[in-house]
Design a protein. Structure first.
Length: 338
């Protein structure tokens, strides 16, 4: 899979400059994808100020660094160095007079670290999804967040294309109670949950994806080794699919280990050590509670029952210690109910 730096980047601010920078750099295709991802975030600030980032003042650049809302120095420093490399190129080309970030030392990035959130907000989830090089990974994050789970994540692995009702905006989820020797459900339960356009778009992207970019685009393999930066995906009726290998069963659903491995790689490459299934699901519960109670109401037993039903929790009493009004307010302190 090749990344075209000339086309399809028109959503960036001054795309011709970013494309020229990427084409002149000795970057792998995975690195280019991650640079473009960071430039897409920067473009929001560029469009607001109507100027290329190379013309930003130091104070304006700091606003971007704070805006990343990174939970650790490694993440914000990595993003900052990407921007700095572009600014350095702009100085060499006579586009900018000075690289405003070159004076920042490693320890200086500590000031831009945001205190770790108790739970992932829906806004934060979108940022993580945007940092995924594969729709196949992003859709796993979203499905866990909105309530899909089941025994050994079977509601995710069993999800097929025809389980998606695009018009009614809902998913049919199949929870495997017993499986055959190919991992397909022998005995199961099913339920339906509503979804939004964001979820449907991620599902559509996962369905259409034909190849899988390794390690979320962070591959550091010399070209002489002739190792591909991607693998081909099995093509079948499932939304989430494994890579095609000699021993893979083309008709079987993906197993739980593939889901766990993908989350582990995301946690490593995005430097988010708490990116676990239960954590994502609990964060989704908090978000659903926030959507239910708005700004003025308290979490009630009825709210807990709705959340338990969405996440297929047998007893809503188990949620009393997790879903509290205090936790919801701390996670969404200033957001109004939509």
């Amino acid at each position: 899979m090749k990344t075209n730096t000339n086309k399809k980047n028109n959503y960036l601010f001054r795309p011709e400059l970013k494309s020229a920078f990427l084409e002149e750099g000795d970057f792998s295709q995975g690195t280019i994808k991650n640079y473009i991802r960071i430039f897409s975030k920067v473009s929001e600030y560029e469009k607001e100020l109507d100027k290329d980032i190379s013309q930003f003042s130091f104070e304006e650049l700091e606003k971007i660094l704070y805006g990343f809302e990174a939970n650790n120095r490694h993440t914000v420093e990595t993003y900052g160095r990407v921007i700095s490399s572009y600014l350095h190129w702009c100085v060499q080309k006579g586009i900018a007079q000075e690289n405003q970030l070159e004076k920042i030392k490693s320890n200086d990035f500590d000031r831009y670290i945001k205190a770790k959130e108790t739970y992932i907000t829906e806004k934060q989830l979108r940022r993580y999804e945007d940092l995924c090089a594969n729709y196949q990974d992003a859709v796993i994050l979203r499905l866990l967040y909105i309530g899909a789970g089941g025994k050994q994540h079977s509601e995710i692995s069993n999800l097929k294309v025809n389980d998606v009702d695009w018009d009614r905006k809902q998913l049919r989820l199949v929870n495997s109670l017993q499986v055959d020797d190919r991992g397909r459900p022998k005995k199961s339960t099913e339920r339906f949950i509503p979804v939004d356009n964001r979820t449907l778009n991620l599902i559509k992207g996962a369905i259409e994806q034909k190849s899988y970019i390794k390690r979320n685009g962070f591959m550091t393999i010399p070209e002489k080794d002739n190792v591909r930066e991607y693998t081909d995906l099995i093509q079948n009726d499932y939304v989430v699919r494994a890579s095609a290998t000699k021993n893979s069963d083309p008709l079987a659903p993906v197993d739980k280990f593939v889901i766990h491995r993908r989350l582990t790689v995301l946690a490593e490459t995005l430097d988010i050590d708490y990116l676990k299934p239960k954590y994502l699901q609990r964060s989704g519960m908090i978000y659903l509670a926030h959507s239910l109670i708005g700004r003025d109401e308290e979490v009630t037993l009825d709210d807990l029952k709705i959340i338990a039903d969405r996440f297929n929790i047998k007893s809503y009493h188990n949620l009393k210690a997790i879903i509290t009004t205090k936790t919801v307010r701390e996670t969404y302190p200033e957001e109004s109910h939509e």
